[in-house]
Design a protein around this ligand. Sequence first.
Ligand code: PMP
Length: 304
Amino acid sequence: MSDRDGVIWYDGKLVPWREATTHVLTHTLHYGMGVFEGVRAYDTPKGPAIFRLQDHTDRLFRSAKIVGMDLPFSKEELNEAQRTVVRENGLKSGYLRPMAFYGPEKLGIAPPKKDVRVIVAAWPWGAYLGAEGMEKGIRVKTSSFNRHHVNITMCKAKANGNYMNSIMAHEEAAADGYDEALLLDVDGYVAEGSGENFFMIRNGKVYTPDLTVCLDGITRNTVFQIIKDMGLEITEKRITRDEVYVADEAFFTGTAAEVTPIRELDRRSIGTGVRGPITAEIQQRYFDIVQGRNEKYAGWCTLV
Ligand code: PMP
């Protein structure tokens, strides 16, 4: 990732990609106290556009507030920074990574509050869980790792340290030959994937876990709109893993994962073991919206 051409926005300046570095005693590198976003830009008929830019920037500020970090830039500056990196790297589409972290000014547990650094990078990134998975669905395993307890890590913050749990769950699932992990909460109810929200469909009705231990996904919110547009019912509720085993369809949502069908959980086929018809329709509508083909949601696409 570090050895490539291009520029990264770093504390208000555009820095050559290879020179966007930080010292090894950077506080966040040691303790994981930082916040970040994952954002996508899509090629639309009007040109490259960032999807739900303001919503991502708003969530970055909410994450910072939760972990007690003061961001040294305004929302407007960070919106502009995101548009700039897409433009300056000549991207038609891609993934953006804004991140705020504590610098190397001191290394005790108490972070250097005045040394907050912000970067925004952007690069091309295709289907997160594979192009084949988008069509055929992915294979998922219930993780032996639980999702965060609400009073241990702050689940509503997209905070760097929270992702140790995600990485361990994903690595375990991948080592066992699966594409992704499904994490349960500490009470044993379905929470989310390592980097995705979860949905299931039974008898034409859509269900998703409530947000108690999940990230408030922007894709999740987009999919809620799509489901309403389709005239379907959506219910937020506690879901057990055996309810998923007998679901007709299931899928993950995320900025990176977009709408990824799930064809199997714990070696049990979901429905007929292929991408379901409602999932396929949601996926199609999602790509129409993010790629600027649905006028109703044109306001969600910010041209760069
Ligand atoms: N849950 C987790 C743990 C995530 O990392 C992500 C990705 N940001 C999501 C859910 C989905 O969120 P969004 O749709 O906003 O990308």
